[in-house]
Design a protein around this ligand. Structure first.
Ligand SMILES: [Zn+2]
Ligand SMILES: [Zn+2]
Length: 253
């Protein structure tokens, strides 16, 4: 379930009967606490807080959230140095790309993502003998490493940030257009569509499009582009779009 998704803030909860993992805390601790309450959880019951990278839309709520939970923050070395001024150093632990961590009955693996933030990371969270979920957001392109890590998961939260034509014709100044559309920026609908097809062909059954730009995309544009790219595979995949400023539905995978 995503609590928020996009440049205004990102946070999501992955949970089963015994384990609760928060991924990113880019909205206020108050909003995260309210979203947790809606599914019967509290910050103090979190097993881990994973952080993909240091941008504010993924970390804004961390300092206050850490006062409400004793869960550790797990992130890459690059992101750890970036967030440590905001977060107590003894609360931040480093997960090396490719390594695995256990929380309750879940395993977390991280992988590097090409983004303009030091140590930007994606995660695959899998349940013992069960489903697996990849977080693939905030990346300029799908690299061999992203493919290696994410192909084969049963579900993915996949960035579908902008429509290329809307970005080109839109109001952003040229340097920002170049950053967003560049190799270390954000995935376009077209790129998301291509990777969605690869994920579906590798067995993914549930795709949640995320981190949509509110300026250079619309939920309908993103969904249409990715559904078209899925082609024949569309019938076997549940395709949804994560709302920007509110909680998504709960996806059972
Ligand atoms: Zn970012
Ligand atoms: Zn972001």
């Amino acid at each position: 379930m995503t609590f928020a998704s996009g440049s205004g803030g990102n946070s999501a909860l992955v949970w089963n009967a015994g384990t609760r993992i928060l991924v990113d805390a880019g909205i206020s601790a108050t909003r995260i606490t309210a979203a947790l309450a809606a599914v019967g959880a509290v910050p103090a019951a979190l097993d881990a807080v994973l952080v993909t990278h240091g941008h504010t839309d993924h970390t804004a709520g961390l300092p206050i959230l850490l006062k409400r939970t004793s869960a550790q923050v797990w992130t890459s070395g690059g992101t750890a140095s970036e967030i440590c001024p905001k977060c107590p150093e003894d609360r931040v632990r480093v997960i090396a790309p490719g390594s695995a961590l256990r929380f309750g009955t879940m395993t977390v693996r991280s992988f590097e993502t090409p983004h303009d933030s030091a140590g930007s990371t994606g995660f695959v969270i899998s349940e013992d003998g069960g489903a697996s979920l990849a977080f693939v957001t905030d990346l300029g392109r799908v690299t061999a490493e992203v493919r290696r890590a994410a192909l084969g998961v049963s579900a993915a939260i996949l960035e579908s940030n902008h429509d290329l034509d809307m970005l080109r014709a839109g109001p952003y100044p040229w340097p920002l257009k170049r950053r967003v559309g560049g190799d270390f920026g954000h995935l376009s609908n077209e790129a998301a569509g291509q990777f969605a097809r690869e994920l579906a062909e590798a067995g993914a059954k549930c795709l949640l499009l995320a981190h949509l730009s509110e300026t250079n995309n619309t939920p309908e544009t993103a969904r249409r582009a990715v559904a078209a790219a899925l082609g024949d595979a569309a019938g076997s995949v549940t395709l949804s779009v994560a709302p920007a400023g509110e909680c998504s539905e709960i996806f059972e995978i």
